[in-house]
Ligand binder design. Structure first.
Ligand SMILES: Nc1nc2c(ncn2[C@@H]2O[C@H](COP(=O)(O)OP(=O)(O)OP(=O)(O)O)[C@@H](O)[C@H]2O)c(=O)[nH]1
Length: 198
């Protein structure tokens, strides 16, 4: 599955999704609003899976839908790529367009657990697209960037959106990202912990 991203435009108003170039190299493209298809679990409780046959592939016992949310640039895509493929996407920041997902099957206590992890665009203009996906999420990872105070201050707004669009029993985790950039850190660990406990 390919990620559809466009270079983040700084200093000018971002182009609307409908006027993005159709092709500009392998990473550019039309805005992607991935629809939950046959690959995607539907609403409700954890999905029973296809019987695990012990091999690799896509067999699993149970499936959960997880969403990554938070301001643009906090590192949602990097976190997902790191988790899925073990690689870090350093270098030029390319902002996610719309929404995308990746699957990963984990062994947990002898069960094959399939995580379908949705990477949402942090940019405001895609908010209406991503709202539709909160409803059937089992868990939300809410990210801020410890080197970016605004991304921390905006967590309250994200929580308001989550209350409005996600299920009441959704599992919510607050995550302060980019702790490796200790010199640039502006959000203290204690402040993150305090917010997480509210
Ligand atoms: N130092 C450091 N940089 C990171 C980390 N994670 C991501 N970055 C950098 O932060 C920038 C943004 O990362 P992305 O993962 O694309 O951010 P995003 O939250 O997906 O952004 P949107 O797609 O716009 O919502 C990139 O330049 C990354 O290289 C991290 O843990 N540490």
């Amino acid at each position: 599955m390919s990620r559809k991203k466009i270079p983040k435009s700084k200093g000018t108003s971002a182009p609307s999704a409908s006027v993005l170039p159709a092709a500009n190299g392998p990473r550019a493209g039309r805005p992607r609003t991935a629809r939950p298809g046959s690959e995607a679990p539907h609403n409700g409780p954890p999905q029973p899976g296809r019987p695990s046959l012990g091999g690799g592939g896509d067999f699993y016992d149970v499936a959960f839908k997880v969403m990554l949310v938070g301001d643009s640039g906090v590192g949602k895509t990097c976190l997902l790529v790191r988790f899925k493929d073990g690689a870090f996407l350093a270098g030029t920041f390319i902002s996610t367009v719309g929404i995308d997902f990746r699957n990963k099957v984990l062994d947990v206590d002898g069960m094959k657990v399939k995580l379908q992890i949705w990477d949402t665009a942090g940019q405001e203009r895609f908010r209406s697209v991503t709202h539709a996906y909160y409803r059937d999420a089992h868990a939300l990872l809410l990210l801020y960037d410890v080197t970016n105070k605004a991304s921390f201050d905006n967590i309250q707004d994200w929580l308001t959106e989550i209350q409005e669009y996600a299920q009441n029993d959704v599992v919510l985790m607050l995550l302060g990202n980019k702790v490796d950039s200790a010199q640039e850190r502006v959000v203290k660990r204690e402040d993150g912990e305090k917010l997480a406990k509210l």
